[in-house]
Design a protein around this ligand. Sequence first.
Ligand SMILES: Cc1cc2nc3c(=O)[nH]c(=O)nc-3n(C[C@H](O)[C@H](O)[C@H](O)COP(=O)(O)OP(=O)(O)OC[C@H]3O[C@@H](n4cnc5c(N)ncnc54)[C@H](O)[C@@H]3O)c2cc1C
Length: 455
Amino acid sequence: MAAEFQDERHLTIVGAGLAGALLATLMAQRGWSVDVYEKRGDPRVQGYAGGRSINLALAERGRHALREAGADDEVMAQAVMMRGRMVHFADGRVDLQRYGRDDSEVIWSVHRGELNLILLGIAERAGARLHFQRGLESVDFDARRATFKDEGDGSLHEVGFRSLVGADGAGSALRGAMRGAVELGERTQSLGHSYKELEIPPAPDGSFRMEPHALHIWPRGRYMCIALPNDEQTFTVTLFLPNEGDPSFQTVRDGAQARALFERDFADALPLIPHLERDFEQNPAGLLATLYLDRWHLDERAVLLGDAAHAMVPFHGQGMNCAFEDCVALARHLDAHQDRAEAFAAFQAERLPNARAIQQMALENYLEMRDRVDDDDYLMQRALERALADRHPDRFVPRYAMVTFSRLPYAVAFGRGQVQRDILVEATRGHTALDSLDWNALDTLVRERLAPLEA
Ligand SMILES: Cc1cc2nc3c(=O)[nH]c(=O)nc-3n(C[C@H](O)[C@H](O)[C@H](O)COP(=O)(O)OP(=O)(O)OC[C@H]3O[C@@H](n4cnc5c(N)ncnc54)[C@H](O)[C@@H]3O)c2cc1C
């Protein structure tokens, strides 16, 4: 091992995206020596790659991690509150379905580029060394040397390491290198649907063109559109379509076909997207898939987190939140264990079942968003869910709330969510209104099946 990296407390992080920058901050704040290698150029110098307003929903897990790093205030200064789903029905009606009880239970739209800039600044101020335009090419795990390519001139640079952390996203190069050294049990499940991003600019007077404090959804059965607000009064619209069938990205291939689809299915959104044809034709279609690994680490030499370990479909808005929670957990395990292999194993043991749970819930949420939010059975179950949550606040917490507004392990939210769903389906079967339900029997059922949650 290179002498400089025998240091007990040195870490080499691959990727300075959302998770890499946050982990670098958390470790540097603990006094660790941290080097971060990022394939892209420094976005603080050349602007965020892409430059467009791509935004993400930030929830409590992510905010908790940002608070741990001292980044929450700076991030929240540019965040836009989203109180619920604004559902745009096919007949033109619009309805706000609140996410939580009140404005203490909301999610926040944050600009990916601005968030990354803030995190990079905080990481550097905490003492982490950031190396841009350095893409991981290969790793010699025996010699503990990693080779990075200078993305500017193509030159190769070898560095020694004690442990590598793969925060290099869904296409992780570190994961690729680990594959040659250990069986990871890797499977990728394609969703069979992809997405395109479009933009709603501000109105001529500079204001938002729709209600800003909501996540807008146009559910249309097998497909949907969503829109999230940005702090510069724009919305980023994401069109999700199947890869095959009609309509799909096979039948909607150019701007004119996109316009025809919007005229038919998203008529109220169409006048808000003046550059629909241009956006549709210029922006690439993003693939959606879930990545499962049975193993996230190679003894003490390498560990994966965030999308590199468990990329998921975006329908619960939790990929980044989960990645941030990973960072806090890994920092905690590195604090608690002298032996790094033990720390990485404990990290995997804690996080892998939780990642599996949120991956599954994210898949289920696609069906809910595109197909169920405008369905009568679903709306009645939601009404009952709210009523039971009011009657049993310590036991019956809607799954969405457990995932979004709490830090209960995802696996616990998933397990309790299944019990709750069974109760809702059984109780509403054959009923068309809540007032005909047997509330005493329901209260007993809740007490029998759901233990109180710890405060
Ligand atoms: C359409 C869409 C919408 C989403 N919406 C949400 C949402 O609302 N809420 C939410 O919580 N999550 C959301 N997500 C998920 C979220 O984007 C990811 O989970 C999150 O970005 C993961 O962070 P990461 O740091 O693991 O990976 P990334 O953010 O992908 O960062 C990886 C970094 O590694 C760098 N890199 C790549 N290869 C190399 C290499 N070889 N060497 C060095 N560096 C490298 C990349 O340049 C990048 O900077 C969404 C995802 C998609 C696709």
